[in-house]
Design a protein around this ligand. Structure first.
Ligand code: ZN
Ligand code: ZN
Length: 167
């Protein structure tokens, strides 16, 4: 029987660049970004099961309804305290994040936005924290020039200099 294509969501694509998750199947949770995007939370994905971060994600079909998968991931994140609201929020987030992507798309996150790794720059956009103008995705550049990812997106100055004004 062919695998049912129910829900499109993000798994870890590879252990390249930065990867701390050792799960057998790593599935992304909500983006970990807090008020310190430079620490990595603004440019890494995080595994819903172990909460450890990784760099490269890939959209895949899950043979589970959106609600069932959202419940599984929200439960992994919140434990037994999970409630219906957590599940609804997770499902909304997943629908929003997956919009416009297809199975097999490889992606990275920067400042709460996903980009396909084969997309060509320049990347000019306003994220949740800052305004960016990048010729190449720093995560992709890292594969050719190790160290450059932490030197750019991992630099607090980079973010502070580009910070959006408070509304
Ligand atoms: Zn952070
Ligand atoms: Zn994990």
């Amino acid at each position: 029987m062919p695998k049912k294509k129910q829900t499109l969501w993000l798994v870890k694509d590879s252990d390249k660049a930065i990867n701390w998750c050792q799960c057998k199947l790593s599935v992304a949770g909500r983006f970990p970004q807090a008020n310190c995007p430079w620490c990595g939370c603004g440019w890494l994905l995080s595994c819903a099961f172990c909460r450890k971060c990784f760099t490269f994600g890939r959209f895949e079909w899950f043979d589970e309804s959106l609600e069932a998968l959202a419940k599984r991931l929200a439960t992994a994140a919140r434990g037994p305290r999970v409630d219906d609201e957590d599940v609804t929020e997770m499902a909304r987030f997943m629908e929003w994040a997956a919009e416009g992507f297809e199975a097999g798309d490889r992606v990275v996150v920067i400042d709460y936005q996903l980009f396909r790794v084969d997309e060509h720059g320049p990347f000019e956009f306003e994220g949740a924290f800052a305004r960016h103008k990048l010729d190449v995705l720093p995560q992709v550049r890292e594969l050719e020039e190790p160290g450059t990812l932490v030197a750019t997106l991992g630099d607090m100055e980079y973010w502070v200099e580009r910070e959006l004004p408070d509304e």
